[in-house]
Design a protein around this ligand. Structure first.
Ligand SMILES: Cc1cc2nc3c(=O)[nH]c(=O)nc-3n(C[C@H](O)[C@H](O)[C@H](O)COP(=O)(O)O)c2cc1C
Length: 400
């Protein structure tokens, strides 16, 4: 096995695959199951001081896997499934939760794994600081502040999770209060439901955060068309592997803006290749929830093996070599304009003259001439034809 270990805020993880804060880590028993599956680490379910957020989990947990049409789909699911639903935060009161956390921390330490604590207060900076202290005292080396939970946005008066994440001032006050209360590094988990996540990442860094988790999930609305009503009675959290490009956008943007500000990636990671995509975009460790909840704890072992196989095949000497490698190569639109031009080229040994390329060329650059399709001089190398050609007869040449 390759050396998959990586440092995150001074803490060594034996591999970058992390179980995200969720029902996967709802209590000590569940956290132990993550550790048994070989995860580099896990983020515990978020500790809260809100009875309403505890009750969301106890009494209002509702989850459905949806198919590619966003229909409730029992049984076999496509890779591009959605995970739709709601719950809340940890069910236990802080004192009881500390016991669960302590047990998980001890078990993880015996198995070379790491428990990251998580907290989210509903009662302002003082509340954030108090919860963070409970979490730190349970022995975790890192704490994640959950500024991303989407459900408070659907609840009356719950100023926690995403409601705080959308208010940079409130988020910064919470970070500053926690920074004054604890000595472990603070990771802030942000909501993507803002205009500019990088601006918020910069602000929380300034306030005392050592790292950032990008991104939590979105709120959605899906319809049971047969019964003319919403699934699960109303709005709910939504995500799935299809959301990955949106997450990678913010991870890469944050990495490029602040390469020395560590990122843990989440939201849309399905398999080992996705873990590597998150890392190449700038994440150092990658948190998974939906796919693992669909497939069960042993799935983590499979994902770690997939990462290992890639790292072995490519001969990386260290996981450091992977972090941000693609983000660093990303060009701005202006830079892309200055690259040498590209154009489409047809391989007539493969072309069957179906004309699909010409029909789908919205720039009118492919014409039929004497029964054969020909790329004209006006081709700008957009590449659409190469992806709709059923025979893979078209390639794009030139460029940088
Ligand atoms: C069932 C469920 C429960 C979750 N609970 C929490 C939580 O308590 N705290 C938190 O920070 N994020 C929570 N999340 C968000 C996940 O940690 C994760 O960031 C998100 O699901 C995106 O990753 P994924 O695409 O692998 O599912 C939860 C997500 C789900 C689906």
């Amino acid at each position: 096995m390759a050396d998959l270990s990586i440092d995150f805020c001074g803490v060594r993880f034996k591999n970058p695959v992390i179980a995200a804060s969720s029902e996967l880590t709802l209590n000590a028993d569940n956290m132990k199951r993550c550790v048994d599956a070989g995860v580099g680490g896990l983020v515990a379910k978020t500790l809260t001081d809100s009875e309403a957020m505890r009750n969301q989990t106890r009494k209002n947990s509702k989850w459905r896997f949806l198919d590619e049409k966003h229909r409730v789909s029992p049984g076999k699911l496509p890779r591009e499934f959605s995970f739709y639903g709601r719950s809340g935060l940890a069910e236990e009161e802080p004192a009881e939760w500390a016991g669960e956390l302590r047990e998980a921390v001890a078990y993880a330490a015996e198995h070379d794994s790491v428990v990251i604590g998580s907290a989210a207060s509903s009662s302002g900076p003082k509340g954030w600081a108090e919860l963070a202290k409970v979490v730190e005292d349970a022995g975790v080396p890192l704490i994640e502040l959950n500024f991303g939970c989407p459900h408070p946005s659907q609840m009356v008066g719950e100023k926690t999770g995403m409601v705080v994440g959308q208010d940079p001032e409130a988020a910064c006050e919470a970070v500053a209060a926690v920074a004054a209360a604890v000595s472990i590094p603070i990771i802030t988990k942000l909501t993507p439901q803002v205009i500019d996540m990088v601006e918020i990442a910069k602000a929380v860094r300034e306030a005392g955060a050592s790292a950032v988790t990008l991104t939590n999930r979105f709120i959605g609305f899906t319809v049971d068309v047969e019964n003319e009503r919403p699934n699960l009675y109303g709005w709910a959290g939504v995500g799935g592997p299809w959301v990955k490009p949106l997450s990678l956008r913010w991870i890469s943007k944050s990495y490029v803006a602040m390469p020395d500000f560590p990122i843990t990636g989440t939201n849309g990671c399905y398999d080992g290749t996705d873990v590597l995509e998150f890392m190449m975009s700038g994440a150092r460790i990658v948190q998974m929830c939906s796919a693992a909840m669909l497939k069960g704890y042993p799935y983590f072992t499979e994902v770690i093996k997939q990462v290992d196989a890639f790292v072995e095949r490519k001969g990386y000497r260290s996981m450091e070599q992977i972090v941000g490698v693609a983000a660093r190569k990303a060009l701005t639109y202006d830079q892309i304009l200055s690259l040498p031009p590209e154009r489409a080229e047809i391989d007539y040994d493969l072309c069957v003259d179906c004309g699909i390329c010409s029909d789908r060329c919205y720039y009118h650059s492919i014409d039929e001439i004497d029964g054969r399709y020909v790329i004209g001089d006006s081709c700008r190398g957009c590449g659409l034809c190469s992806t709709v050609c059923p025979e893979a007869a078209i390639s794009v040449v030139g460029g940088g």
